[in-house]
Design a protein around this ligand. Structure first.
Ligand SMILES: Cc1cc2nc3c(=O)[nH]c(=O)nc-3n(C[C@H](O)[C@H](O)[C@H](O)COP(=O)(O)OP(=O)(O)OC[C@H]3O[C@@H](n4cnc5c(N)ncnc54)[C@H](O)[C@@H]3O)c2cc1C
Length: 484
């Protein structure tokens, strides 16, 4: 299996990464961007040390557990467990580097299988070969789905600038040339490969935009402009962000400036019908991933709320218990949604799909209630979440004794421990990283409207409608369906 060193070496490949007005020479040694590199690399360490993260594939041998194709409930739950566990090991920060890429590959496999049934076999072969390659080489992957989109009310072909959704601009004998930009591509600048997939359903007129393909991160013409999560915490005072200064990801605006893609890396081509399917299937796998990492992320918030209550001497107070129960609810609803989505999975073409209803229920709950979790922890912890002095002041000889004495909280704990705990609380609910989280918990893995549309479209209303029709003594209106 791949080592951390070989991953670091691979990142020094001349990729076009821009940050704060400069081209980054080597991302591995960069003062700020090395944090997302090390965060991603933790996965290689986990795999080296722990069997849980490795899977024996009958034809590929020992591979990363993330590349195990889910073919039943057990395999889906295994996937959830390794996502949860890798998140927990990183202080509640999701490690996306093989999770999102495998979500996209599984969705592409299903689309490839469907195309193969219709006689177009080349796409399935390409995706299968690509999965074998990334699993054998144990690659780090990013997925660029979200187009920059321009005017949201217009379809790709209706935009005044035709490049606002990624499109094919030239077809050659050996491949295609693509142009456009994708927004918010998590960890793209520290990935080996980036997979591009459509972000929405397409019409016939959007044929040029109905594509999926993969590129190495150093492909000619591929440019990435980075916004890292850690920088927002006031880098370089890393001490005030003890969690995110060790575990943070980065986002990129990913620009395709006429990039060549060889045919063997094209997974969908000018196929508007399948573009929407691929977008939806990816969203489903990826929301299941979201439930899994958010369960582990929520462990952090349960711990923060409970320990802050203890350190403040209020863990028996009724309204504080209510706050903590709220946070427990958040964690457990997500856990239950992930578990039920795995247990009640759907079987399609030898693969297991997370149950769409339970996946979207959990995803929507986590979107709608993350802000409540933040409010609850703030309520428990008090105003220090906004006003806590810095670590440099805490350890400054001239001010240390005052901070030790006056910020002590409940007498049974040391002043230093309470300071450290409050520093983490501030980072998670009151510091600038919180701003990143508030946005991420609403939009990452798709906006709330997207989940609601998917849930409403697929919900089985028949049971309830029949029941009410029977109780009311009215005719069941099966012939009237205004939702389809
Ligand atoms: C931290 C973070 C990490 C992310 N990581 C990734 C990643 O790795 N890869 C990736 O591809 N994407 C990623 N995303 C992108 C994420 O999926 C999008 O942010 C999300 O889908 C919303 O898209 P948007 O940001 O363009 O916002 P918009 O689409 O502009 O959404 C803003 C509002 O407009 C509404 N809206 C948009 N279009 C329409 C319409 N046609 N009709 C009606 N309402 C509309 C939305 O529902 C929403 O309420 C990430 C996002 C975040 C915040």
């Amino acid at each position: 299996m791949r080592t951390q060193e070989s991953y670091f070496k691979a990142l020094d490949d001349g990729r076009n990464v821009f940050y704060k007005g400069q081209r980054v020479q080597n991302i591995v040694t960069h003062e700020v961007l090395s944090v997302p590199v090390l965060h991603a690399a933790q996965l290689y360490e986990l795999k080296e040390k722990e069997q849980l993260f490795r899977y024996h594939d009958p034809s590929l041998g020992e591979i990363s557990g993330f590349f195990r194709i889910p073919n039943d409930s057990e395999a889906l739950w295994y996937r959830s467990k390794i996502i949860q566990e890798s998140t927990r090991r990183a202080g509640g920060v999701f490690n996306i580097i093989q999770a999102i890429g495998s979500d996209a590959i599984f969705a592409s496999l299903l689309v490839g299988k469907q195309l193969a049934m219709g006689g177009k076999t080349e796409f399935l072969k390409r995706v299968t070969d690509y999965l074998s390659k990334v699993a054998r080489e144990d690659l780090a992957l990013a997925v660029a789905q979200t187009d920059v989109k321009g005017d949201r009310s217009k379809r790709p072909h209706e935009q005044p600038d035709p490049d606002l959704y990624v499109r094919v601009v030239e077809e050659r004998k050996d491949g295609i040339v693509v142009r456009g930009a994708k927004a918010h591509t998590t960890q793209a600048a520290v990935a080996d490969e980036i997979i591009f997939i459509p972000s929405r359903a397409m019409t016939e007129a959007d044929s040029d935009y109905s594509l999926a393909f993969a590129l190495p991160a150093n492909a000619k013409g591929l440019k990435m402009i980075v916004r890292p999560m850690i920088e927002i915490e006031g880098f370089p005072s890393r001490d005030d962000a003890p969690n995110a200064s060790n575990h943070a990801e980065l986002e990129t605006l990913t620009i395709l400036d006429d990039v060549f893609v060889p045919w063997e890396r094209v997974f969908l081509y000018r196929d508007p019908k399948m573009a929407g399917q691929l977008a939806n299937l990816f969203a489903l796998y990826h929301r299941f991933t979201a439930l899994s990492y958010r369960t582990a992320m929520a462990d952090m918030y349960v711990g923060l709320a409970r320990l802050a209550a203890k350190y403040n001497g209020i863990d028996d107070v009724p309204h504080i218990r209510d706050d903590i129960v709220d946070v427990i609810m958040y964690r457990e609803v997500m856990y239950m949604a992930a578990r039920t989505a795995a247990v009640e999975c759907l079987k399609v073409a030898d693969m297991a799909l997370p149950n769409p209803l339970y996946t979207n229920v959990g995803k929507l709950y986590s979107n709608a209630h993350f802000h409540d979790v933040v409010r609850d922890v703030i309520d428990v912890a008090g105003g220090l979440v906004s006003t806590l002095p810095s670590t440099l002041d805490y350890y400054n000889q001239e001010t240390h004794e005052y901070l030790e004495k006056y910020l002590r909280g409940s007498g049974q704990f040391s002043g230093e421990d309470r300071f450290k705990l409050m520093r983490l609380v501030r980072e998670m609910v009151g510091g600038p990283v919180t701003g990143y989280m508030l946005g991420g918990m609403i939009h990452a893995e798709g906006s709330m409207a997207a989940s609601k549309i998917a849930m409403y479209r697929e919900y089985d209303f028949k049971r309830s409608e029949e029941l009410v029709s029977k109780v009311a003594g009215v005719k069941y209106p099966s012939h009237i369906d205004r939702t389809s």
